[in-house]
Design a protein around this ligand. Structure first.
Ligand code: ZN
Length: 154
């Protein structure tokens, strides 16, 4: 059954997209945190230099080196996360363009109209069973999934 496969496939896409959105939020949050950390590290270097200058002591380059190394590490981390983010965003954009929302939830008896669905053959109308929610050919008299008679309704 191509249609059912396609509906499952689509539901899977929706789930994947939802997961991607969560991932994007997480990554954005992490990037923000790392950038903030770097701002503090820069400030620490500045304070260190200022304190040394003021007290006339030589600048402790070991400490500054450590801080710089931390900053560099964070910058590499941010670059990696940003490229991951770009990848995720372009993926969900492509998926969204390919997506026609499916309405496959069981429907009430007076709502047993045809609905637009995406199948492997393209977008088309299908008739949804008010009893089990199964998808049927628009001209079916009986539900292929549960045997519900569409004709007995009126
Ligand atoms: Zn049915």
């Amino acid at each position: 059954m191509k249609l059912f496969k396609s509906i499952r496939h689509n539901a899977q896409n929706l789930a994947e997209n939802a997961k991607k959105n969560v991932d994007v939020k997480k990554i954005e949050f992490t990037i923000k945190g790392v950038k903030k950390e770097n701002t503090l590290l820069y400030a620490q270097i500045g304070k260190l230099v200022y304190t040394c200058k003021k007290s006339g002591k030589p600048i402790v380059s070991k400490e500054i080196d450590d801080l710089c190394a931390q900053i560099d590490g964070n910058r590499i981390k941010v670059a990696g996360l940003e490229s991951k983010l770009t990848e995720l965003n372009s993926q969900s954009k492509a998926a969204a363009e390919d997506d026609i929302p499916l309405n496959v939830a069981p429907i009430s008896k007076n709502e047993r109209d045809l609905r637009l669905v995406r199948t492997d053959e393209g977008v088309r109308f299908m008739k949804f069973c008010p009893n089990c929610g199964g998808a049927n050919e628009p001209d079916s008299g009986v539900c292929a999934s549960c045997g519900y008679s569409f004709k007995s309704e009126k």
